[in-house]
Design a protein around this ligand. Sequence first.
Ligand code: NAD
Length: 293
Amino acid sequence: MTRIAFIGLGNMGGPMAANLVKAGHAVTGFDLSHDVLKAAEASGVRAANVLTEALADAEVVVTMLPKGQHVLTVWTDVLRSVPKGTLVIDSSTIDVDSACKAHAMAGDAGCLSLDAPVSGGTGGAAAGTLTFMAGGSTESFAAAKPLLEVMGKKIVHCGDAGAGQAAKICNNMVLGISMIGVCEAFVLGEKLGLSHQALFDVASTSSGQCWSINTYCPVPGPVPTSPANNDYKPGFAAALMLKDLRLSQEAALSSGASTPLGAEAAQLYALFEKLGNGDRDFSAIIEMFREAK
Ligand code: NAD
């Protein structure tokens, strides 16, 4: 049994903390939202009224927050309160620079730290089947692994500080670009009189195959579980895809990498969001290409 402080109990953090409770750990949670905190309490998390109350006696701290600025603010307060040697894990999706700053702050405070963003969405968080991409020292990774295994089914140590965030945004840049490519192919196929099923049967078994077509096909029919069959309810919201594409472009700029298709994908998802589609699944972008003249 480990004493864990879990900060940020929203759509992802709530079910992740619940799984830690189910595995027998003592989890104290804190969130700025009273409603979110109440919901976490119902799953066995002890609710703290202030951050420092959640941190008292914690051996491990997990943060699951919206953006880099939130993580740096919370980590500053956390690292002031916890004793040396405490393990601090951030599972939010944030920019690589902020992740590296957070690690440096933890190092200065004598704490172990890990960036460990996830993929698998809210369904994976609830089922405990997330993929964790971790960055940090071997010692931090070894200490965190048993807890990550409670919340996920695949845990990859990607390298040193920031490597987890780097892997996450590189993967999601591929996903954004490939979804756009698949959507364009289906719209072209429609114009050429090709049925969705025929294009799927060919592309999903030949060189066009990829996750965006085989598992998450953006038209209803060929893959019954894809959000296209459920009026494009997420799934993975377009606003989150845009967030990750923007993070990839910040990283490309600061590292000097050339990512022209990543840049184009970010612009197309920005337009899609501006048209009021941020809450829809990211595969619904096919409609924007259909409507384009
Ligand atoms: P969310 O908005 O549902 O939850 C974030 C929570 O953080 C909120 O409840 C908010 O009140 C809380 N919070 C913000 N600032 C705080 C502070 N200073 N102290 C305490 N609590 C604070 O977001 P989410 O969907 O749970 O996502 C969390 C992170 O996980 C994001 O970085 C997101 O990009 C990433 N992510 C989300 C998904 C998904 O499908 N939702 C998938 C993979 C990764």
